[in-house]
Design a protein around this ligand. Structure first.
Ligand code: AMP
Length: 287
């Protein structure tokens, strides 16, 4: 695996591969890698002779500066895991590389998707995600980009970004990788204390509770029951919502046919966790 820190060096290496007709798979991450990330790398490496992983804790997508400051960093372990998983190039830029002085700010027209759920609770978050992913897509020009369903709304935002900016990249959304007890793997799990770690699987249990108990008609009582379960166990819940799986429009009355997803964002202490479960088979975050 080759490690590069500047866009110029990255492009020099990738140019050689492109000229040889080799396709490029790309996995953007913020590091503190776990099996969810590694699944993305392995999927990319299976489909492309060249797999690029970026590790960059992107300051513009953090609406909470304390969360940014405490974001876990485990770079030595990350490098070993990437090498084992078949990554070809690791792009590890510094903040100044991605955000030079006087870097212009583009306003991405994401529409309604930016107003709900994560968009509502983390103002500016998706603009920051678009800003960095746009730069990375311009630098890497990947044929395939591999992202996780764990960040359901982000998958939809990135799909929209690709259309808005005319990138030629195909998106591949991969399943959420979980711990044995159901907790979605997340870099932020490293920040949970043992008591919080014991409680954290309740998020997935609550999502499954909604999946098992949903019936056509009004969904308010089911959402309220799900919220109170988390509340009772000490979570500070931003939302438990049921939404249209294709648009993320909030659904309060279900006709029994509309394709749905249930999504949660909740804090344990100052650690914010998100997760989601599709409520119908054959649905995907990105068509
Ligand atoms: P992050 O490092 O958290 O920005 O995540 C980088 C990529 O890994 C994103 O596409 C995430 O959706 C994906 N990802 C994070 N956690 C998981 C997981 N548990 N399962 C699958 N993909 C994941």
């Amino acid at each position: 695996m080759i490690l590069v820190k500047t866009t110029g060096d990255l492009q020099k290496i990738l140019f050689r591969h492109e000229s040889a007709g080799e396709s490029i798979g790309f996995v953007p991450t913020m590091g503190a890698l776990h099996n969810g990330h590694i699944q993305l790398i392995r999927n990319a490496a299976r489909n492309h002779p060249v797999t690029v992983c970026s590790i960059f804790v992107n300051p513009t997508q953090f609406n909470d500066q304390a969360d940014f400051a405490k974001y876990p960093q485990t770079i030595e372990e990350d490098i070993n895991r990437l090498e084992e998983a078949g990554c070809t190039v690791l792009f590890l830029p510094k903040v100044e590389e991605m955000y030079p002085v006087n870097d212009p700010v583009i306003a991405y027209d994401l529409g309604a998707i930016e107003q709900v759920l994560e968009g509502k609770y983390r103002p500016g978050h998706f603009q920051g995600v678009c800003r960095i992913v746009d730069k990375l897509l311009l630098a890497v020009k990947p044929d395939g980009m591999y992202i996780g369903q764990k960040d359901y709304q982000q998958c939809m935002v990135i799909s929209k970004l690709i259309t808005l900016r005319g990138h030629r990249t195909q998106l591949q959304v991969c399943d959420t990788v979980r711990e044995a007890d159901g907790l979605a793997q997340s870099s932020r799990n490293l920040r949970l204390d043992p008591g919080q770690r014991d409680k954290a699987p309740l998020i997935y249990e609550t999502l499954l509770f909604v999946k098992e108990n949903i019936k056509p008609g009004n969904l308010s009582a089911l959402k309220a029951e799900a919220l109170s379960r988390l509340d009772f166990h000490g979570f500070r819940v931003d939302y438990v919502e049921i939404a249209n799986a294709g648009t993320l429009e909030i659904v309060n009355e279900w006709d029994g046919k509309e394709q749905l997803v249930v999504l949660v964002a909740a804090f344990l202490g100052d650690v914010r966790l998100i997760d989601n479960v599709l409520l119908s088979e054959n649905t995907r975050a990105v068509p």
